[in-house]
Design a protein around this ligand. Sequence first.
Ligand SMILES: O=P(O)(O)OC[C@H]1O[C@H](OP(=O)(O)OP(=O)(O)O)[C@H](O)[C@@H]1O
Ligand SMILES: O=c1cc[nH]c(=O)[nH]1
Ligand SMILES: [Mg+2]
Length: 215
Amino acid sequence: MTDATASGTTLVVDHPLIQHKLTLMRRSRTPANEFRLLLREISMLLAYEVTRDMPLEMIDIETPLTAMKAPVLAGKKLCLVSVLRAGGGILEGMLDILPAARVGHVGLYRDPVSLAAVEYYLKLPRDISERTAIVLDPMLATGNSAAAAVSEVKASGCQSIKFVCLIAAPEGLKTFHEAHPDVPVYTAAVDSHLNDHGYIVPGIGDAGDRIFGTK
Ligand SMILES: O=P(O)(O)OC[C@H]1O[C@H](OP(=O)(O)OP(=O)(O)O)[C@H](O)[C@@H]1O
Ligand SMILES: O=c1cc[nH]c(=O)[nH]1
Ligand SMILES: [Mg+2]
């Protein structure tokens, strides 16, 4: 499902396999090892969707039987940008499908009181301006972290950017699209709302804590 407003595009990847696996992730009793595996599997399926418009070119090859023209990926190469920590959970599955992609990292945590994104690390490939960047973070809650991560990628000169998450909140999508109307958001679900602490409801809880078992 695609929701395109004047201020930006949200694509909800509602494939039944993704929806089934997301339900298993949401359950509070799902242990960290299963949670990580499910996120990795969903990320492979999201990779399939976010790369759907990658251009192809024809090259000459030889099969054991004959010569033929066959399609290979053309044009801009990819850079996956993982928002630490929780973005690492999506990065693994994306790299399974896109092993030749370069990888950048943006370290951000959410100030628990102001809910502002605080940056503590940045490392992007030198040639990122020649690539399409796919920024990865499972949660888009207030949208502050996603908007800050994409601002860093833009500041590096990259002009072709997509954002991939697992769950987004309507409030955060509005904030994000207003800040970056040119960057489409791919998500497995848009949930109901944010609670008073900025957590997505019904959500999955704190993605980083659930991936790494830190709570
Ligand atoms: O949309 P926002 O309101 O900014 O919230 C989303 C951010 O919160 C989580 O990170 P967190 O700050 O918990 O850091 P962590 O990945 O280290 O746990 C999540 O992974 C996002 O980066
Ligand atoms: O619901 C939320 C909101 C922010 N960060 C998370 O990990 N989960
Ligand atoms: Mg966290």
